[in-house]
Write a protein that binds this ligand. Structure first.
Ligand SMILES: [Cu+2]
Length: 217
């Protein structure tokens, strides 16, 4: 079941961003933060990325909730680095940000804006077909693959309830509100409701070393 939730503004994080920036300036930028591995139980919001040394971390990295609770991911980054919160329950559904597709070699690509310094990454092929590397909608958009391989996508700011035996659940690109125009189709938040006890691991598809987990009991 996919339900599109209301967008929750990222503006309320402005205050904490300033506090974090002050801490980073005082503490020195560049050292990687040491994250607690004990689950945090005091909130149900997870920052996907942050500022300075926290740019590629989920915080809290581990969160403990009760069955039926929801967790919301958001991106408080001032540098507008996008992230995803992606649950790969079946290894075969692991995917990449950019992926190859084949298409007729007569296909023309027109950049937007027309004069921009960009062109598609096209690799000439045989039999009238070329290969083109494009950004992957299964990584960029809220997407669910159910137990029998059915694929559902949702509009930005998706609100998803974990039913059971899903193979893949992805938030799509999470960006701060200030960066939504730069990333068309991106989300400010992603919310997931957990109705079954267990430990659920997830990662960011753009920075696969960026991981977190939700402990539901
Ligand atoms: Cu990331």
């Amino acid at each position: 079941m996919l339900v599109v939730g209301g967008f929750k503004t990222a503006a309320l994080f402005g205050g904490s961003i300033i506090v974090i920036m002050v801490i980073l300036v005082l503490g020195g930028v560049g050292t990687h933060p040491i994250l607690s591995t004990s689950p945090v139980t005091s909130n149900t919001r997870v920052a996907a990325g942050g500022n300075g040394a926290f740019w590629d971390t989920f915080s809290p990295q581990s969160i403990k909730i009760k069955t039926g609770d929801s967790v919301t991911w958001y991106n408080p980054s001032v540098v507008a680095e996008p992230h995803t919160a992606t649950f790969v329950f079946n290894d075969k559904t692991m995917t990449a940000v950019d992926t190859p597709f084949v298409l007729l070699n007569s296909t023309k690509f027109i950049p937007l804006p027309h004069a921009s310094n960009s062109e598609p990454n096209v690799i000439p092929g045989k039999n009238g077909m070329n290969t083109v590397i494009v950004s992957n909608g299964r990584a960029f958009n809220p997407t669910v693959i159910d137990s029998i391989g059915g694929v559902k996508t949702a509009p930005p700011n998706a609100d998803f309830t974990l039913v059971s035996s899903e193979q893949y659940i992805n938030s799509g690109l999470l960006v701060p509100k200030t960066a939504e125009k730069a990333y068309p189709g991106s989300s400010g938040t992603f919310t997931m409701t957990f109705n079954k006890a267990g430990t659920y691991y997830y990662l960011c598809l753009l920075h696969p070393w960026m991981t977190g987990n939700v402990v539901v009991n």
